[in-house]
Design a protein around this ligand. Structure first.
Ligand code: ADP
Length: 203
């Protein structure tokens, strides 16, 4: 892909679900390298569907999608991080610690077959510190506030070193102060780590 071509190219995308609902109607959108894009709209507007199309999970009824100048292929998806809606609303019995959860994100990069080593642990420590959650590393996920666990799930996506990060309603259920801090953190990631981002919100 040459440097100036868009990271994502959506052309005339429509999605009609089996129940007849037209979730997306002729969407055309380019996302360029290092963009930080907000998809804003009420519940049901089609935000999750759009992210799902970019991830190749939902096949458009019509239109075309390019990711890094190609189709939505596994080798491209390796560079895409995704934080699903309500990732932070974890089962309180979720057995992993913060450190272990973020470390799991590293397997997205290394594949399951390579053993995680010192370099992986170093990367996890670096990202935990960057996100201000290093001191929580030995806590179980179920013992965190909404704002804290949301950072953990973004950290988990970031340790895989994505070029593109998609976040579906990352601030739902989080208080206003945590929301403001969270958006600042995303801006820093976007600028300093040069990660292209799309986040959806109904605010
Ligand atoms: P948002 O993320 O903006 O809340 P969605 O993309 O989840 O919007 O939903 C868009 C529309 O598509 C809604 O009317 C929703 O009910 C419908 N929808 C979403 N997913 C499905 C599905 N798997 N099957 C049928 N309809 C769906």
């Amino acid at each position: 892909m040459d440097k100036t071509s868009p990271i994502i190219e959506l052309r005339d995308i429509s999605v009609r679900y089996g129940n007849g609902v037209l979730a997306l109607d002729n969407i055309t959108l380019d996302v360029n390298d290092q963009d930080l894009i907000g998809l804003i709209g009420p519940n049901g507007a089609g935000k999750s569907t759009l992210l799902s199309v970019i991830l190749g999970l939902t096949k458009p009824t019509s239109g075309s999608v390019k990711l890094f100048g190609n189709g939505v292929l596994a080798k491209n998806l390796k560079y895409v991080g995704y934080v699903p809606q309500k990732a932070q609303a974890q089962d309180p019995n979720f057995p992993f610690t913060v450190f272990e959860t973020v470390m799991l994100g590293r397997t997205a990069r290394t594949g399951l077959l390579r053993r995680l080593g010192a370099r992986d642990r170093q990367k996890v420590v670096e990202v935990l510190k960057l996100f201000g959650i290093y001191e929580l590393k030995d806590r179980k996920i179920g013992q965190l506030s909404g704002g804290q666990s949301q950072r953990v799930f973004v950290a988990k996506a970031i340790v895989a070193e994505p070029k593109l990060l998609l976040l579906d309603e990352p601030t739902s259920g989080v208080d206003a102060v945590s929301k403001a801090e969270f958006y600042e953190m995303l801006e820093r990631l976007n600028k300093e780590m040069r990660i292209t981002m799309i986040l959806s919100s109904h605010d």
